[in-house]
Design a protein. Structure first.
Length: 258
């Protein structure tokens, strides 16, 4: 199993789509360092520390760009192998179908963490001109968001950024699992990516329905990275989505004629 996971990670990192996604995720935050109208995005508040850059970058990218990257790249885990004709010969080897798809699922779920990690790294680099020392305010990922609750030390800011980054990647895991499921059902990268994004957009449109329904929608919890207080219910729901989509992907792949 570990060998299969390592092989899938190797194929992931060698993918041009992944390399492009990581490059864009790293470079885009650098634009904020020179953007003359950045403060307009934040209302009347001005950024006073480099520790605030990750929240800005994640907040912008997580709305569409990062889910798009995840949908396309994860769909390629199946679609590319089908189009290149490498999946069928692989299944002829003495490899369990379940083990193979679980390896792809683990790789897919790790990809959001890789994307968010690169985004945060680029954000902190972009924030160097503003400094990474102690400051009065908030990182945008902790209590009080950007306003904060007073003076914040470098260590405290780092803890908030790490917490927010983890939650941002965690909340995107269901998107990765959904993309893998769509890839298995459709066996085509473009169709699977479109199906994933369409599903997310349809969920967003359901905001017109009663609040009780909204609370169980995946898209209602895609701001988890900045939430405070009791986040356990949201994390539990996102985990249920991830496990549910993941199990359906394993079940579908085990019975899919490829």
């Amino acid at each position: 199993m570990l060998t299969l996971i390592a092989l899938e990670f190797r194929k992931l990192l060698l993918s041009r789509s992944v390399q492009l996604a990581l490059l864009v995720s790293f470079l885009l935050p650098l634009l904020w360092a020179v953007a003359p109208r950045l403060n307009m995005l934040l209302g009347d508040m001005a950024l006073v520390s480099g520790w605030q850059m990750p929240a800005v970058s994640i907040g912008v990218a997580v709305q569409f760009m990062i889910p798009l990257f995840i949908a396309v790249v994860v769909a390629e885990l199946i679609g590319t192998e089908v189009s290149q004709g490498t999946l069928a010969p692989l299944l002829l080897r003495p490899i369990s179908r379940v083990n193979l798809i679980v390896a792809k699922l683990v790789t897919a779920l790790a990809f959001p963490f890789l994307l968010i990690g690169v985004t945060v790294l680029g954000s902190l680099l972009a924030g160097l001109p503003r400094g990474l020392g102690s400051f009065v305010g908030g990182t945008g990922l902790g209590p009080g968001l950007f306003v904060g609750v007073g003076s914040l030390s470098s260590v405290g800011a780092l803890v908030e950024v790490l917490r927010g980054s983890f939650l941002a990647a965690f909340m995107l895991m269901p998107v990765a699992a959904l993309a893998l499921l769509c890839g298995i059902l459709l066996l085509n990268t473009a169709s699977a990516a479109l199906a994933t994004l369409a599903t997310l957009n349809i969920m967003r449109l359901l905001v017109v329905f009663p609040e009780g329904l909204q609370q169980v929608l995946l898209t209602s919890h895609l701001a988890l990275y900045a939430e405070q207080g009791n986040i356990l219910p949201s994390m539990l729901l996102l985990l249920i989505y991830t496990i549910g989509f993941g199990l359906m992907a394993v079940f579908a792949f085990d019975r899919r004629d490829v």
